[in-house]
Design a binder for this molecule. Structure first.
Ligand SMILES: Nc1nc2c(ncn2[C@@H]2O[C@H](COP(=O)(O)OP(=O)(O)OP(=O)(O)O)[C@@H](O)[C@H]2O)c(=O)[nH]1
Ligand SMILES: [Mg+2]
Length: 322
């Protein structure tokens, strides 16, 4: 099933029920005063963050949601029932925008909730208007309509660490080696078409499609998914040792990243020289040295070498725990 990370809905809160005009009928009395009840309040609409990252795909065929309307007032001073609130479950990391007002809600933690639309107030029945000067009010009011709006929901996954790099750098292979994820791996560019997530000691790692030159302008696939790493704490930048000029490759990917979002610059980054089994050990050393100028956290790995993966994993966990 396709991964859905953007969706629009029309959502409506419940209308308030109407107040009514009714009269009390008591035995022996021709007329004994107003008894029309008030309308109930319309249900409010809430959003709530749940942990299921794939949840938006369940809503693919949904266009509308609404909370329950309030009941109308009734005779014998009975008020209408309040409409039930509606709670829309959304994956944690969702950013919900009211397209009418521009107001944005962010669901950062599982369990976060927010009210996004208010139900209409119930109308007033004629009994409400009774007073010493008006004992037979003919008046009642209608319920207020519930708020409604179009919403856009965008999922910005909140992974702890995001894997970036050119296509074919070995990102998905490393995700599979570090976690129990079963991301598709292939010896060609753009094997990964949608983000993959894996968990490592409670940390969420996200593997996104490869970035290419021009990605920030929409080339390839990567830019569509860059938003998913916008909020990660740590970037893990993979560069295949097969590249002759690893410095050039590093710069290409960094350039796309920063062109997409300047703030990515402040993110902590680890650099991984991947597929080291493909070249001679002396060349590994040389390429590592070339990359040293870009940071202090540089690792050499080959997914064919369990020791290198284990050592990287220990270091990554340490960095993530800082
Ligand atoms: N020799 C060797 N091959 C590797 C290593 N890691 C990955 N590969 C191979 O490199 C190819 C690409 O690996 P992927 O993990 O699919 O690369 P990716 O970066 O996820 O690629 P995209 O999803 O296309 O961006 C596959 O054929 C892998 O088997 C490694 O450490 N050593
Ligand atoms: Mg991949």
């Amino acid at each position: 099933m396709a991964f859905v990370d953007e969706i629009q809905f029309h959502i409506r809160a419940g209308n308030g029920g109407n107040g009514v005009v009714r009269w009390r009928h008591e035995k022996g009395k021709e007329f004994s005063g107003p008894s029309g009840g008030n309308g109930g309040k319309g249900g409010d609409v809430y959003i709530k963050a749940v942990s299921d990252i794939g949840l938006l795909s369940n809503y693919r065929n949904k266009k509308k949601f609404e909370a329950e309307n309030g009941g109308h007032g009734m005779k014998d001073s009975m008020h209408g029932k309040n409409g039930e609130n509606f709670v829309l479950d959304l994956p944690v990391g969702s950013v919900v925008e009211n397209l009418g007002t521009g107001e944005k809600f962010r669901l950062d933690k599982v369990g976060d909730t927010a009210m996004i639309l208010k139900g209409g107030r119930g109308g007033l029945g004629n009994e409400f208007f009774k007073s010493s000067v008006n004992t037979t009010p003919m008046e009642s009011t209608e319920g207020q309509p519930g708020e409604e709006a179009d919403f856009e929901i965008e999922l910005e996954m909140i992974a702890d660490c995001g894997f970036i790099g050119l296509p074919n750098a070995g990102k998905s292979s490393l995700l599979n080696a570090l976690t129990s994820a079963k991301a598709k791996v292939g010896n060609y560019a753009f094997t990964t078409l949608e983000p993959n997530l894996g968990e490592m000691y409670g940390f969420i790692l996200a593997d996104i499609p490869g970035l290419i030159e021009g990605a920030s302008e929409g080339k390839g696939l990567g830019d569509k998914f860059l938003k998913h790493i916008r909020r990660t704490r740590l970037l893990c930048h993979l560069i295949s040792a097969e590249n002759k000029d690893v410095v050039e490759v590093y710069k290409t990917v960094r350039k796309e990243l920063l062109e997409y979002d300047k703030e990515m610059k402040d993110k902590k980054e680890v650099i991984v020289l991947s597929k080291t089994d493909e070249i001679d050990p002396e060349d590994v050393k040389k390429k590592m040295e070339e990359l040293m100028v870009f940071g202090e956290n540089i690792f050499a790995i080959s997914v064919l070498d369990d020791r290198s993966v284990k050592s990287f994993k220990d270091n990554l966990v340490k960095i993530l725990r800082q």
